[in-house]
Design a protein around this ligand. Structure first.
Ligand code: DC
Length: 222
């Protein structure tokens, strides 16, 4: 049976960067499930659907095909055959992803895709409900977190490095808004699984954070 490592936590906790390093170290694939919600959000945006209207979002699903491909260990996400791996990183796509992820039909739509990848591959999968809903039997569950200011600072620097024009205060406000949405929605809210190890990366570098996780995984993986 493949080894599945579930990593959940709020936006900006360093999940994707840390998970990538951990996956590389272990020789597993890294699955970023946020990209799936972002692809659905992007489709809704592009077609002019109101992302806050659950019925409108649900109505878009029959026209959507989302696929993940792994090229040399790197995940690419395809929306109706087009590689949208970069487009889904725009700030508008982040908020749209948060909106559509609250729609139960969207979560159901993306469920099998995530489960099937985990059933076939040793993987580090990150998201919000991986340990609680998608992979409740994962051998290792980690809830990665950091203070809102630290998380907003990381996201801000990431966006600036990509040439985006953003304001720190706005990034922090959006981060808090997304935290609230993600933690308070009725379906699969963001919360640690009962058997998850909670790891706070405030003040730790990326390398240090990855080191903490690898140590935890090696110690607990039987
Ligand atoms: O990790 P991210 O920022 O790319 O995620 C984008 C949005 O998708 C985020 O607001 C919450 C949602 N999401 C989710 O509800 N469940 C997941 N497993 C992954 C992401």
């Amino acid at each position: 049976m493949p080894v599945n490592i579930a990593i959940d936590g709020p936006a900006g906790a360093g999940k994707s960067s840390v998970s990538k390093l951990v996956a590389k170290e272990l020789g597993y694939i890294y699955v970023d499930t946020g990209a799936l919600y972002r692809a659905v959000g992007l489709y809704a945006l592009n077609t002019g659907a109101d992302t806050k209207n659950a019925a409108e979002v649900e109505a878009t699903l029959p026209a959507i095909k989302v696929e993940l491909k792994f090229l040399e260990g790197e995940q690419r996400v395809y929306l109706n055959g087009n590689d949208v791996s970069e487009a889904i990183r725009a700030p508008e796509a982040s908020m749209a992803a948060s909106d559509v992820s609250a729609v139960p039909a969207v979560r159901a739509f993306l469920f099998d895709l995530q489960r099937n990848i985990a059933a076939e591959n040793n993987c580090v999968m990150d998201g919000r409900d991986i340990g609680t809903v998608v992979l409740p039997d994962a051998q290792i569950k980690i809830f990665l977190t950091a203070s809102p200011e630290e998380r907003a600072g990381r996201r801000y620097r990431e966006l600036i490095a990509k040439g985006a024009e953003v304001d720190f205060q706005q990034v922090l406000e959006e981060m808090k808004q997304r935290d609230f949405n993600d933690s308070n929605r009725a379906v699969a809210p963001l919360k640690p699984a009962e058997d998850a190890a909670i790891i706070d990366t405030t003040g730790f570098s990326l390398q240090e954070s990855a080191g903490l996780l690898i140590k935890h995984i090696r110690k607990n993986l039987k």
